[in-house]
Design a protein around this ligand. Structure first.
Ligand SMILES: [Zn+2]
Length: 317
């Protein structure tokens, strides 16, 4: 007979974490099935990064042949204080993104993902107000007469607004909108609502590192370097997910994109720059695939990847 505790475990259904953020992919992405693969891989990157960081708890234990060296490089860790601040924040964000799940319905999901090149956005009607005017505020210009940089645009499907022309109308790969409409004209969206648009430029990208590595079996990734992961949509999606609520990681004002720029930031700036998270997530996936940053410091700064030693060489069993 089975012990009662095992029986109990067998009958308790697995319930998804009610606090986990949910996402839904809009029908505009139907022609692009690779988007779901890229979202799935982005969440997997966060999960692998989180698993590594759970084991990373000792400033003194410098782990050249693991992700510890990458962690120190990506967040420019110079001392124990940097280490502890970065480990706490990065672990929290990756741990939470790792829990992101598909939503039960489009309207109820926290994060909406679109492939419409921002075509859904409409210039707000002149009567639309984002909130009550404070006493003494000048009456605003009608929206239609505002400067384009100041005009209010509305995404009525997700219930978010944006000031200025939506980003896909410029040369952008993807963009995240998180400003919820607070207006009597719109119902209130979920508290963590974000709308991510993968712009036409982003839809041309390779979808996943996983697929690429599988297709190119035997490829020498050391000839590519980690900087090249920015051509993968999964890297872009992980970048965008860090912009969503409640994390709201920014793009640093100073050179926010690219491997070389990301690793030159001081820890505080790196912790508030989305691309740093996207590169570390990619490194966590590459590590699982058998690649790591070279132990050579100059080479690592250039993003050179090497095949990592087999597990049996890393730690005694
Ligand atoms: Zn960004």
């Amino acid at each position: 007979m089975l012990p009662w505790c095992i029986l109990l475990m067998a009958v308790v259904p697995v319930v998804a974490d009610p606090l986990a953020t949910t996402y839904a992919i809009h029908s505009s992405c139907s022609p692009y099935p690779a988007v779901l693969q890229a979202v799935t891989e982005a969440i997997k990157m966060a999960s692998l990064a989180s698993q590594h960081l759970e084991a990373e708890d000792d400033w003194e234990k410098y782990d050249t042949f693991g992700l510890g060296a990458a962690f120190r490089l990506v967040w420019n860790i110079a001392d124990r204080d940097d280490y502890e601040v970065a480990l706490d924040q990065v672990s929290t964000i990756f741990g939470s993104i790792a829990e992101t799940r598909p939503g039960d319905s489009f309207s109820g999901a926290d994060i909406h993902i679109y492939c419409d090149n921002d075509e859904r956005w409409k210039l707000a009607k002149d009567r639309t107000a984002l909130g009550p005017l404070m006493q003494g505020d000048p009456a605003p210009l009608p929206n239609s007469r505002e400067h384009p940089d100041q005009q209010i645009w509305v995404d009525n499907t997700s219930g978010v607004y944006h000031i200025g022309i939506p980003a896909c109308f410029y040369d952008t790969t993807a963009v995240t909108y998180t400003k919820a409409i607070r207006s009597p004209f719109h119902s209130r969206p979920p508290a963590r609502r974000a709308a991510i648009t993968i712009c036409n430029d982003g839809l041309k990208r390779y979808s996943t590192l996983d697929g690429y590595i599988d297709i190119k079996t035997g490829i020498d990734l050391s000839k590519i370097g980690v900087g090249a992961v920015s051509v993968f949509l999964s890297h872009t999606i992980l970048h965008e997910l860090t912009h969503t609520l409640p994390y709201e990681v920014n793009d640093d004002e100073d050179n926010p994109y690219g491997w070389e720029h990301s690793i030159q930031k001081h820890t505080d700036a790196a912790l508030d720059n989305a691309d740093n998270y996207a590169y570390f997530g990619a490194l966590a996936l590459l590590f699982e695939k058998g690649y790591m940053l070279t132990p050579d410091a100059i080479g690592a700064e250039m993003g050179v990847l090497v095949q990592r030693p087999r597990e049996r060489n890393l730690s005694p069993v």
